[in-house]
Each structure stands twice: as structure tokens, then as C-alpha cells.
Design a protein. Structure first.
Length: 244
């Protein structure tokens, strides 16, 4: 995992969602509706709902909003959301995966295709880029909160972490997706402060865009996808993404 930090992307996402709280509430609410209808409203027995509650809290969604969303979802027999994943390439061959939750397949497909076409990309067939990514859990801990790096690494690995990296001002701990919360719970029990714990898709390689034009259009593609209320997650392998 060495050589690339996810922290800049995590910060970038959080900064954007903090400025667009109503939109992120809507997106997470759709995901919660699907999770509750599939596995019930108890996060102790519905791991996906637990993931989404953690995601909501990480994005500063108030507890009252979370509880109302779950209660509403439990009674929402007439609401039918479907999950669709799109894959394609952005400018310069950047691989992009777009996960959506929608009540209108045609609308969402048309909008996603429009973004790719408009910003110098092209939408591809299912599987065209997903093989370039691995599903992982990513736990981030600020270095300033850690007295002993070796002790942290030992605790993480003993709890089931797959990898450990020191990147900039943070430590990044990688897990298999199903082990994320067990490792997080073990670290919290050991007294560590978790900055973020998220399931992610980690690229096997990265693309550096060479021209200002490609950088501009790739940024616009990501911005427009993030703005769309049907889009819940976007993953890519763009290496030299500028900081906000």
C-alpha cells in the first residue's frame, strides 16, 4: 500500500460534504432505506446499516436525523431504490467507478453518461475498470495522537489489519472490508482516537495527468458526479489530484 496516501482524498470528500450537508443527508438516506429494507433496522444485526450510520456520523449527520431516516425506511414499503454501478474512463485514461442509488434507472444512466461525455471521458461496460481496484477498509489516525508508532502497528496487526502505512501527518491502517470494524473496535479499546474508518476501493496503479486540460476536465467530471444526488460513491486512480 505504500507510496500513496488516501488521506488527501478523505479530507477532500469531507470538506465538500460539510459544505453540502442537505445533499449528503439525502444520499445516505437512500442507502439506509435499501439497507433497512434488506436487513432490518437494528445495526447490531445489520452490518451494512452499521456502516452507513458510521458514514453518516463521519459527515456530521445529527443522531436525530439518522434515527428518523431509519424509522422512515422501516415503513417505506412503497419506496423502491435500486443500486447501479457504472464504470468508465476519465481524461487521460483515469479509471472511474461510480456507485449510485436511484429510483429512476434511465435518469441516472443518462446523467452519468452525460458527465463522462461532456468532460472528455467515456462510459464503459461493467467490469472494464473494476479489476484495477481492491475493496479494503481504511482507518486513519493522526500521528499527533500516537505516542508509540510500533505499539500502534502491533495492536492493529494483532487485531487483524492487513497493512500499516505512515503517510504525511497520519497513520493509515488497511484491513479486509469485513474486518474493518473489528480492527477499529480493538484500536478504540486500546485507547487510540480514530479520525476516520471507511470502506474504500484501492487502485492497483495510478494515473498521472500530464496536461492542464486533462486535469481541469477530470476535476469537473468528479465535481459533477459528486453533485448528483443519485451518486453515492466515486472511486478513481487519479494520482496528482490538486488540493482544494
Amino acid at each position: 500500500m505504500s507510496g500513496h496516501s488516501k488521506w488527501s482524498n478523505i479530507k477532500h470528500k469531507k470538506e465538500k460534504t460539510d459544505a453540502q450537508k442537505a445533499k449528503i443527508f439525502t444520499k445516505i438516506g437512500k442507502e439506509m432505506t435499501i439497507a433497512v429494507k434488506a436487513g432490518g433496522g437494528d445495526p447490531s444485526t445489520n452490518s451494512r446499516l452499521r456502516d452507513l450510520i458510521a458514514k453518516a456520523k463521519a459527515n456530521n449527520v445529527p443522531n436525530d436525523n439518522i434515527e428518523r431516516t431509519i424509522k422512515k425506511a422501516m415503513g417505506a414499503a412503497d419506496v423502491e431504490y435500486i443500486e447501479i454501478t457504472y464504470e468508465g474512463y476519465g481524461p487521460g485514461g483515469v479509471a472511474v467507478i461510480v456507485e449510485t442509488t436511484t429510483d429512476n434507472r434511465n435518469r441516472t444512466a443518462g446523467e452519468v453518461r452525460h458527465y463522462f461525455d461532456k468532460f472528455k471521458g467515456n462510459l464503459g461496460a461493467t467490469g472494464c475498470v473494476s479489476y484495477l481496484f481492491s475493496a479494503k477498509g481504511v482507518i486513519v489516525i493522526l500521528k499527533e495522537t500516537v505516542a508509540d508508532e510500533d505499539a500502534l502497528m502491533e495492536t492493529a496487526l494483532e487485531a487483524g489489519a492487513a497493512d500499516f502505512a505512515s503517510e504525511g501527518d497520519v497513520f493509515e491502517i488497511y484491513t479486509e472490508p469485513e474486518d474493518l470494524y473489528a480492527v477499529e473496535d480493538a484500536l478504540i479499546a486500546a485507547g487510540y482516537t480514530i479520525t476516520s474508518a471507511e470502506k474504500d476501493k484501492i487502485p492497483s496503479n495510478y494515473v498521472t495527468l500530464e496536461t492542464e486540460d486533462d486535469i481541469k476536465y477530470m476535476g469537473l467530471l468528479l465535481d459533477n458526479l459528486d453533485e448528483n444526488e443519485d451518486v453515492v460513491n466515486v472511486y478513481h486512480n487519479w494520482e496528482n489530484q490538486p488540493e482544494d
